[in-house]
Design a protein around this ligand. Structure first.
Ligand SMILES: *Cc1c(COP(=O)(O)O)cnc(C)c1O
Length: 340
């Protein structure tokens, strides 16, 4: 028995998903002629109450394009200091769009209105123009913490009234919705662009979608080409995304339950110093002094469980579609038997 908790990107397509992919109608999407890609884009736009959508190879690309179409060079993006767009996109925001970052401390990655307002620059030639506030929901570095729609509305209304654009990195937005019960349709009004990933908890092999206003998505089509993301018969992949939206959203709560169960077990183990609250499918914990993440991960791997380091003594587990109750039981047994 083995278990892979490194990321929710490690999932393999299910039989049903593969069948949907194999029977997809396709065409050349750069010509706008792939009916399955078009159907996925329409489905997503409608779901989130936005004008239009564009299918892209990755969530990094949808974030990079979203930020690009909302800004001009020399401007500034305000976001949490551990945001994916800052930490894990290879400096793309600076290179692709010529922007600087204003980084906020956040509370497990969630920023609040007061913090955002305090970091909007005055209209002064010395300062970059504050043009975008980018939120992440759920927050990866925050251990899967989430915003409610009401918290988002407060920030968005203040920013919109000041002419500041709103981008959402919703790589795991469906995980947040599974907990809050907020409706995706209500999200559109608060953001200029939203990026959602089909390849994370939803279990598609590839793909992310950028949603937005018609003018922004028109511009995004140009930028997708510039970034080399125009794909041809991409309907085979988009079909997996449609299948994922139809079949893998409802089940996300199961991933959250399994993550919580592991969290409860970890709380009682001698080599664990601290477990962050488990809000969704991400679990971050700190090892006691004297045990490094590297030592822990090597031991864990030898027992058949994979995970990743999130700091010198921090570990991240992510539950997903291919981590079932059997894998959960196995993982808990392994964790209980580890000794240092
Ligand atoms: C995974 C992820 C992305 C996108 O990653 P890709 O691997 O490029 O699809 C964006 N934001 C967050 C928070 C993520 O976890």
């Amino acid at each position: 028995m083995k278990a892979d908790l490194r990321s929710d990107t490690v999932t393999k397509p299910t039989v049903g998903m593969l069948e949907a992919m194999m029977s997809a109608q396709v065409g050349d999407d750069v010509f706008g002629e792939d009916p399955t890609v078009n159907a996925l884009e329409e489905k997503c736009a409608k779901l989130f109450g936005m004008d239009a959508a564009i299918y892209c190879p990755s969530g990094t690309m949808t974030n990079q394009i979203g930020i690009n179409v909302l800004s001009n060079p020399y401007e500034e993006v305000i976001c949490y200091k551990g945001s994916h767009i800052y930490k894990y996109e290879g400096g793309g925001v600076a290179g692709n769009s010529g922007l600087s970052f204003r980084l906020l401390e956040g509370n497990r990655g969630r920023v609040d209105l007061e913090d955002v307002l305090a970091n909007i620059n005055p209209d002064d030639v010395h300062c970059p123009v504050s043009s975008i506030v980018a939120l992440e929901n759920t927050v990866n570095k925050g251990g899967g913490s989430f915003y409610t729609l009401a918290e988002i509305a407060e920030i968005a209304e203040a920013c919109i009234s000041r002419g500041i654009k709103m981008h959402l990195d919703g790589a795991r937005l469906f995980n947040a919705l599974a907990e809050t019960g907020d409706k995706p349709q209500d999200y559109g009004q608060y953001f200029d662009t939203i990026s959602i990933c089909l390849s994370k908890g939803l279990g598609a092999p590839v793909g992310s979608v950028l949603l937005g206003k018609a003018e922004h998505i028109r511009k995004a089509r140009r930028m997708r080409k510039v970034f080399g993301g125009g794909m041809r018969q991409a309907g085979y992949l988009a079909a997996a995304g449609i299948y994922a939206l139809d079949h893998h959203v409802e089940r996300l709560g199961e991933d959250h339950r399994r993550a919580r169960e592991i969290g409860e077990v970890l709380e009682g183990l001698p080599y664990v110093n601290h477990v962050l609250p488990v809000d969704t499918n991400i679990l971050i914990f700190e090892l006691v002094e004297g045990i490094t993440a590297e030592t822990f991960l090597n031991k864990l791997d030898l027992q058949g469980v994979k995970a990743v380091a999130f700091g010198p003594r921090e570990i991240r587990f992510v539950t997903h579609l291919n981590f079932d109750d059997k894998a959960l039981g196995f993982t808990i047994d392994v964790l209980r038997q580890l000794s240092f």
